[in-house]
Ligand binder design. Structure first.
Ligand code: GLN
Length: 241
């Protein structure tokens, strides 16, 4: 078995080392004897092939970087939309999450998004920065992370990734964070999202494996003792204050 991971614009969207998530996806496959190939698509590249892609990853970036990426990304709007509607697996973090929506409105201009999700983002007063803990109903582990965004995202009738137990989420005290749509995981949680949340990583990997290999049942367990202790430590630190 082999999973092909397409990393979009790592040259611009790599705040807080979002790239480490690719390493985590790759390693958790290799440790299970499943081959993994990473293809990077930068701003200097023209085309990418989604017919052979099993996971797409888009990281976060500053408003300036998002503006540059958005024009490139829009050239692939139809292709990406069709991929998502066809249950393609995609994870988007922060700036990448915002670009999946209809638009990101800044003080003096509006960045057009891909319109893959029926959501929109508007820049608010100040930034929402800090640790965050979520309850997710599709995995049996709380999701922990760090958020830092000026945009507030309004997700309408979309299902959120999780309920916020600590932190802000999609907007000021939103109560909900991210979006879960088909096989899309979109979130404001930066940096080591997958290393801190091994169950979420395995959820994404399982979706990709099931889509590619319909007979695939489940991933073999890994020794996640340290990862689970780290995750639990953050949960305790912020929920039992
Ligand atoms: N530039 C966006 C914002 O501030 C996203 C930032 C990010 O990716 N952290 O909302």
């Amino acid at each position: 078995m082999r999973i092909n991971i397409l990393h979009l614009y790592p040259d611009l969207l790599n705040l807080y080392g979002d790239k480490g998530n690719i390493e985590c996806l790759r390693k958790r496959l290799l440790w299970r004897g499943i081959d993994a190939r990473v293809i990077t698509h930068t701003c200097d590249d023209r085309d990418f092939d989604l017919s052979d892609t099993d996971i797409v990853f888009v990281g976060g970036g500053s408003d300036r970087e998002q503006k540059i990426v958005c024009t490139r990304l829009l050239e692939h709007k139809r292709q990406l939309k069709e991929y998502v509607e066809d249950n393609g697996v995609l994870t988007a973090v922060c700036g990448g999450y915002q670009l999946l929506g209809r638009y990101y409105k800044l003080e003096d201009e509006t960045i057009e998004g891909l319109g893959i999700l029926d959501i929109y983002t508007e820049q608010g007063k100040g930034r929402l920065i800090g640790n965050i803990v979520l309850e997710a109903d599709f995995i049996n582990q709380k999701i922990v992370g760090f958020e830092n965004h000026g945009g507030r995202t309004y997700i309408g009738s979309h299902k959120p990734l999780g309920k916020v137990l600590y932190g802000n989420g999609n907007a000021d005290n939103a109560g909900a964070e991210g979006v879960l749509y088909k096989n899309v995981v979109a979130t404001y949680l930066h940096g080591p999202l997958f290393p801190k949340n091994p169950k979420l990583c395995d959820y994404v990997l399982t979706n990709a494996l099931k889509r590619k290999y319909p007979e695939f049942k489940e991933l073999s367990p890994l020794d996640d003792e340290l990862e689970n202790i780290a995750n639990g430590y953050i949960v305790n630190r912020f929920l039992n204050k």
